[in-house]
Structures are given as structure tokens and as C-alpha cells.
Design a protein around this ligand. Structure first.
Ligand SMILES: Cc1cc2nc3c(=O)[nH]c(=O)nc-3n(C[C@H](O)[C@H](O)[C@H](O)COP(=O)(O)O)c2cc1C
Length: 199
């Protein structure tokens, strides 16, 4: 399917067939997500994949009634990572492995360290959360491209959800994407025409 058809036809899917999505398909989805673009390529996200019912119920309890978590095959908990020293060090290692010259790596590390060091904790969290939403877009479109239904969701208390899942304080749940085989068509598309979004 062409990309333009994926974005036109994908719909939020909240009801799923009981059959689970095979793990290799979930891995393919994670492969799509990991290629998401991010500022300075810092990739400040971590994903918890939840497929067992007990953890789904725990996650559900931290939401404002998001029933789709209980009935989905897998729930991807997309978290904003704010541990910038680790994020920057990891990027440096990845750049080295990709053969990026030392001077470019050093300037990237210096700039990222300065930029994130000058931010308040709230600014760092907001910045990471912005990047997670880019990954969210790839997650829902990627799921559709693999023949899956998915629903992005933010109606939950991030702190309560993080505690319920035993996540470290440096990881803030930012969005949940429930995934499964669609058992509904989803609502027809309602989108503004280009003329309405131009200023
Ligand atoms: C950031 C974000 C948060 C959302 N949160 C929820 C949510 O908490 N619960 C829910 O049922 N749907 C949620 N949605 C799904 C939207 O309601 C849905 O994508 C929108 O109505 C457009 O419909 P479509 O995805 O079928 O095109 C969310 C979507 C996004 C992008």
C-alpha cells in the first residue's frame, strides 16, 4: 500500500479479535517505530510491550476507562526518556558504530549536553514527550501497514501508570498504542481540507 493510502485509510481501532498478533509481527512494528525521526537524532523514547492480561489490567487501572487495553493483543507503552546523559552516551556509541567521524561525534555530544543541561527538568520532559509523539505517528500508521488495528491513547495518569508498571522515574509514559486484529471498521475519517489548515 502506498504511504498516502495508509494515512488516508487508517482509523483508530478500539475493538479487536481475540486472536493474538504473532510476536514477529510486533517485532516488525517495533522496527518501523525505531526508525522515527527525532531532534538531534537523540531518540529519547523507550517502549514497554505489554501482552499478558495481568499487566494489561494493571495498566487499565491507571487509565480513564480505556477498555481497549484489556482486549487488545499488545499494548505499547511509549515512554519519554529524560535520562539525557545516558541518551547522549548511547547516541555517541551508535554514531561510532556507524562510522561517524570523531570530530562530528564530539560536537554532537557537546551540543546535546549543553542544550539539555540548560533545560529545566520540565523542559526536558516536554522535549522528550514531543519526540515520542513522532514515534506514535509511525506506530499507528506502521500498525495499519502491517494489517493491524491500533489506537493511540493519552487518557491516563502518567505517574500512576509508570508506578503500576514499575518503570524508573526517568521514563514517563506518554502514549499508549493498543494493537490487535481489528474487530471493527473504526469511524469514518473527519479531516479539515488543506484550505482550512493554511494560514
Ligand atoms: C495523541 C492522541 C491521543 C489520543 N488519545 C485517545 C484516548 O485517550 N482514547 C481514545 O479512545 N482515543 C484516543 N485517540 C484517538 C483519536 O481520538 C483518533 O485518532 C481521532 O479521533 C481521529 O480518528 P482516526 O484515528 O480514526 O482518524 C488519541 C489520538 C492521539 C493522536
Amino acid at each position: 500500500m502506498e504511504f498516502k493510502d495508509i494515512v488516508r485509510n487508517r482509523r483508530a481501532i478500539r475493538q479487536y479479535e481475540p486472536r493474538p498478533v504473532p510476536e514477529d509481527v510486533i517485532q516488525e512494528l517495533l522496527e518501523i517505530i525505531r526508525f522515527s525521526v527525532s531532534a538531534m537524532n537523540l531518540q529519547p523514547w523507550k517502549i514497554k510491550v505489554v501482552s499478558d492480561q495481568e499487566t494489561k489490567e494493571k495498566a487499565f487501572a491507571a487509565t480513564f476507562g480505556l477498555e481497549q487495553i484489556r482486549v487488545c493483543s499488545h499494548a505499547l507503552i511509549l515512554c519519554a526518556d529524560v535520562d539525557y546523559p545516558s541518551i547522549i552516551a548511547r547516541l555517541e556509541r551508535a554514531m561510532a558504530a556507524a562510522g561517524v567521524p570523531a570530530d562530528r561525534r564530539e560536537s554532537t555530544v557537546a551540543f546535546a549536553t549543553q542544550l539539555t543541561g540548560d533545560m529545566t527538568p520540565d523542559q526536558r520532559l516536554a522535549w522528550s514527550r514531543e519526540q515520542v509523539h513522532i514515534a506514535l505517528g509511525n506506530a499507528v500508521n506502521g500498525a495499519y501497514s502491517l494489517g493491524l488495528g491500533a489506537c493511540p491513547m493519552t487518557a491516563f495518569d502518567p505517574t500512576v501508570l509508570g508506578r503500576a508498571l514499575g518503570l524508573p522515574e526517568t521514563l514517563m509514559p506518554t502514549a499508549i498504542v493498543t494493537v490487535g486484529y481489528a474487530a471493527e471498521e473504526g469511524a469514518p475519517k473527519v479531516r479539515h481540507p488543506v484550505s482550512d489548515i493554511l494560514i
